[in-house]
Design a protein. Structure first.
Lengths: 146, 848
């Protein structure tokens, strides 16, 4: 399952990629430092080689995560089934959480850092409703660990 | 014959003689009486013998009779006399005596004859003559006789009575001498006619009277033959009076004729049947006819057919002897329609219609004029009724002659019950009151009076104007109760206005000040003398007075309705003054705007509180916004490195400590911690600027120095990229603020320019500082760098941790700090940018 990581923070990209690998995630991972780059890569491949999973950061310069989603909106039908998009953000702002819940393209919001349990839930293809609940658990446990 | 025979015969003769034959003794006693004595006097012979003569004579005649008796005694011839004798039965008999003394003896022979009847006849004749004379003399006619030469031989009758001459003054004089010279020829010619005619009448001629005046006489002469001589009985009558009255009559007739002829009305005399007897020139001219053409023809024949029935109708009505009159419209051929007034006056003699006097007059103009007058009168009435003022007029006896509806209403009386009634009997309580005095004055002086008075009966204040005129007094008045009340209220208001702490301004309708109260002066510093006649706004408004408010006030004042407004004014000292104004227009009874009353409350304190409240709100808002910003900063910018560190810490535990990735992760961990530390430092910096904002010392700063210092400190970086800065600062341009902030502004902008310079060209930065339109320094900072998309950046340009470039490592705090510093010094910053072209910041600072 082709996976996109979109984040302007190289540390975050490094961390996410290694966490996935450490949890045994074998599928190819493509990392993008900006939303525009990712979009440029994705759009020509929507039909041929769309990603099955996207981890999207919200806070990025020039085009942020919401901008990326807006740009994808016209192609929603092509993505609908095959691609799950997770917001991966350090933001704890309630606005973002609520906005993510209502967004048709977003499967869930995951608060950084990405932890083992969340990876398992996302990768083991849990149902959408279960997935929606999972990040909250993950976030709580992460904080607990911190 | 024998003597005895003769004696017997003689005796017999004496015995049978109708005459009384008596023989009386010288003493007067009867000795012998004839038988006739008994027949005449009733005494027989025996009774008579021995009686004295005087016994039978009427006492009144006895003296005369005695004288005659004595006379006869002394003479030889007979003496005749007459005396009344008394019969035995007392009757009077007239006896004519003849007495003779017989020569031989002493006896007196008296022969008496009864002449009673003769005497009576004579008496009657005499009485008759006296009667005639009386009649003649007391009648009107003068009677006289003239001979053939006209000389009076007798004058009598009323002559003396009428013309003053005694008969002897006329007899022997020629009648012609008395005639007026002018009439003489005429009289003489008539007199000549007597040669052939037995009777002539001489008409009116003048005759001189004894007093010398002329009288008009009328004379008839009858010729008689007397003793073969022709004499004329003259019968004259004074006709002066008749003559004069006749003259008067003629004159009157003439006068009437002149009237008839010269009457401008069309006039005609008609018979009872309507035939024309005479027509005046006006009628003839009107009908265009000669008199002959219409005489003895019916008048109606000459009138238009349509009025003939009417004329006939009139004629019938008039037959009863009444004068009839009517007006009608008549259309004569070839002329305009006219209104004719016709009058028919019957001429009645002894209850019988003998003629008609008919006049017609063209009254078109009069009728039109009358109609006009009626219309005008109607109009006048309408005007009187329509004027708002009440109106009445009174004559010199104070009687009401006119009263309009409004007057009825205000006075509470009705026209029917009041007209012709004395004003003072209608309003007896007002006698000797104010009205009375004024009206009397108006009438006495002939001058108009005007006054205000309280009319107790209807509880009204009235304003009265009375105009005297020839027939009395015209009085106009109006109910001013409202106004009087309003005046009272105004006075009260003025009282209140004086006492209040609020400023009160009264202006005229044009907004010019008429009055201000003391509070106004206390508030603004301007006295009444300084603002009277001026529009308050022109005195009080200043540079910061809101033009929108002014136009609002102007607009509302035009509407003439009360309104309120809040406005910034300036005291005389120049100090700001906030007023809450309540502006009320004042109207007079006619609804015309007369004044504005403005009550102004000094709300400067409230405004200040409001302003500080607004500032506080603004501050709170900013604090709140900053808090949100902080939340965001914490969730993104602070938590991001921490989350990374957390993740890395987990990852590190699972990695090969000797592997290359482990070293990288460790480096990342360190980097994340540094990053978190930077954010904390930034936050501290920002918070410190904000907190110190109100406490920091504001000092005068020379813009050129501070800018040059920032440029010097970035000299190295500029040198590396061959960048060039052109600084252009107005001489001595100063601002007031914190040196570090100003330095930070120049430093951050310039380092941004270096950081985001275009790769395609060498950097050039132009810094221009000059005095801007707002009075303080304006800094324009322009570079030719890569720029950014204004549309995408939107309002985020100056936000903390917002970045617009991915290729440079910026934290997104530079512009945030610039803005914070500018605002901390009370300035403003704006930006314009174009991708691949450059960016320009414009900063406005406070002066000095």
């Amino acid at each position: 399952m082709l996976t996109y990581l979109i984040d302007d923070d190289p540390v975050s990209l490094f961390l996410t990629e290694h966490m996935l690998r450490l949890e045994g995630f074998m599928a190819p991972i493509l990392a993008f430092a900006g939303a525009e780059e990712a979009l440029a890569h994705l759009l020509p491949r929507l039909a041929t080689n769309p990603p099955g999973l996207i981890f999207l950061d919200l806070n990025m310069p020039v085009m942020d995560g919401w901008g990326f989603l807006d740009a994808l909106a016209p192609h929603a039908s092509a993505l609908q089934d095959g691609c799950r998009i997770y917001l991966l953000t350090s933001s704890l702002a309630l606005v973002d959480t609520e906005k993510a819940r209502d967004h048709a393209l977003v499967h869930g919001i995951i608060h950084k850092p990405l932890d083992e349990e969340t990876i398992r839930a996302v990768v083991l293809k849990k149902t959408r409703t279960q997935l929606a609940a999972a990040p909250a658990v993950g976030a709580r446990s992460s904080r607990g660990e911190a | 014959m024998s003597t005895s025979e003769e004696l017997r015969i003689l005796k017999t003769m004496v015995s049978f003689s109708p005459d009384l034959i008596c023989a009386l003794s010288p003493e007067g006693r009867f000795r012998h009486v004839s038988d006739a004595c008994q027949r005449a006097l009733g005494y027989n012979t025996t009774e008579m013998i021995g009686k004295h003569f005087s016994d039978i004579i009427h006492p009144d005649d006895s003296t005369t009779a005695l004288e005659k008796f004595l006379d006869a005694c002394g003479r030889a011839e007979p003496v005749g006399f007459e005396s009344r004798c008394l019969c035995k039965d007392g009757q009077e008999v007239h006896i004519a005596w003849s007495a003779l003394r017989a020569a031989a003896d002493e006896l007196l022979i008296c022969v008496g004859r009864d002449v009673t009847q003769q005497r009576h006849a004579t008496q009657q004749a005499r009485e008759q003559e006296i009667q005639h004379r009386t009649i003649i003399e007391h009648g009107f006619d003068m009677v006289g006789l003239v001979n053939e030469q006209g000389v009076f031989t007798y004058a009598g009758g009323a002559t003396q009575h009428t013309i003053g001459y005694r008969p002897e003054e006329m007899v022997g004089h020629s009648a012609f001498d008395f005639v007026h010279p002018d009439d003489l020829a005429m009289v003489e010619s008539y007199f000549a006619l007597l040669a052939t005619q037995a009777v002539i009448s001489i008409p009116d001629f003048r005759f001189r009277t004894a007093s010398g005046e002329w009288r008009w006489l009328e004379t008839t002469l009858n010729a008689y033959l007397q003793d073969a001589t022709k004499i004329f009985v003259v019968n004259s009558r004074d006709i002066t009076e008749r003559r004069l009255s006749c003259l008067v009559h003629t004159e009157r007739e003439q006068r009437l004729q002149v009237l008839f002829d010269s009457d401008s009305a069309l006039a005609a005399f008609q018979t009872a049947d309507g035939l024309v007897l005479d027509a005046n020139p006006a009628l003839l001219a009107f009908l265009k006819k000669e008199k002959q053409e219409i005489l003895n023809r019916p008048l109606v024949d000459f009138l238009p057919a349509e009025i003939r029935p009417l004329i006939s109708q009139m004629h019938l009505e008039m037959a009863h002897g009444a004068k009839v009159q009517f007006e009608t419209k008549v259309q004569f051929e070839g002329e305009k329609e006219k209104i004719m007034k016709a009058t028919k006056t019957p001429l009645m003699v002894d209850g019988e219609l003998i003629g008609v006097y008919c006049t017609m007059q063209d009254v078109t103009e009069i009728t039109t004029a009358q109609r006009l007058i009626k219309q005008q009168a109607a109009q006048l009435t309408m005007v009187m009724e329509s004027i708002n003022d009440a109106f009445f007029s009174i004559d010199h006896e104070w009687k009401l002659t006119y009263l309009n509806t409004e007057a009825e209403r205000l006075l509470g009386i009705s026209r029917e019950g009041a007209l012709g009634i004395s004003f003072w009997s209608l309003f007896s309580e007002e006698v000797d009151g104010i009205c009375h005095q004024h009206y009397q004055k108006a009438i006495a002086t002939g001058e108009t009076v005007q006054f205000e008075v309280y009319f107790e009966r209807e509880k009204l204040w009235l304003e009265v104007k009375a105009y005297p005129f020839a027939e009395g007094l015209s009085v106009f008045f109006a109910d001013i109760t409202k106004r009087v009340k309003a005046d009272k209220q105004l006075k009260l208001m003025a009282l209140v206005a004086r006492g209040t702490d609020n400023g009160v301004v009264i202006t005229d309708a044009q907004g010019r000040t008429e009055w201000v109260n003391d509070a106004f002066t206390k508030q603004t510093g301007y006295g009444l003398d300084e603002v009277r006649g001026r529009v308050p706004g022109s005195v009080l408004q200043g540079p910061e007075t809101d033009p929108v408010t002014l136009s609002y006030i102007q607009e509302r004042m035009q509407q003439h309705r009360p309104f309120s407004a809040t406005i910034l004014n300036y005291k005389k000292s120049g100090k700001k003054l906030w007023f809450a104004m309540d502006i009320t227009p004042i109207h007079n009874d006619a609804g015309q705007l007369t004044q504005f009353v403005t009550i102004q409350q000094d709300i400067t304190f409230r405004k200040e509180v409001e302003a500080s409240q607004a500032a506080m709100t603004q501050d709170l808002y900013r604090q709140n916004r900053d808090l949100q910003q902080f939340t965001y900063v914490i969730s993104h910018n602070l938590r991001a490195p921490l989350a990374n560190a957390l993740g890395l810490a987990t990852v590190l535990t699972k990695m090969d400590k000797n592997g290359e990735v482990f070293a990288t992760a460790l480096t990342h961990l360190r980097q994340s911690m540094v990053q978190a530390d930077d954010v904390l430092k930034d936050l501290n910096l920002v918070l410190s600027i904000r907190d110190k904002k109100d406490m920091q010392a504001m000092e005068p700063l020379a813009l050129k120095d501070v800018c040059q210092q920032a440029i010097n400190n970035l000299e190295e970086a500029l040198h590396e990229c061959d960048g060039k800065v052109v600084l252009n600062v107005e001489d001595q341009l100063m601002t007031r603020g914190n040196r570090a902030y100003l330095y930070s502004i120049f430093y951050n902008l310039l380092s941004n320019s270096i950081k985001y310079r275009s790769e395609e060209r060498t950097l050039q930065v132009d810094i221009v500082c000059c005095t801007g339109a707002h009075g303080g320094p304006t800094i324009t900072f322009t570079d030719n760098g890569s720029g950014f998309d204004m549309f995408k950046a939107g309002s985020d340009v100056f936000q903390l941790y917002k970045r617009f470039h991915t290729n440079q490592r910026g934290r997104g705090i530079g512009l945030f700090l610039v803005k914070t510093h500018v605002e901390a010094m009370g300035g403003k910053i704006e930006v314009t940018s174009e991708v691949n072209f450059g960016t320009r910041f414009t900063i406005h600072l406070d002066k000095r």
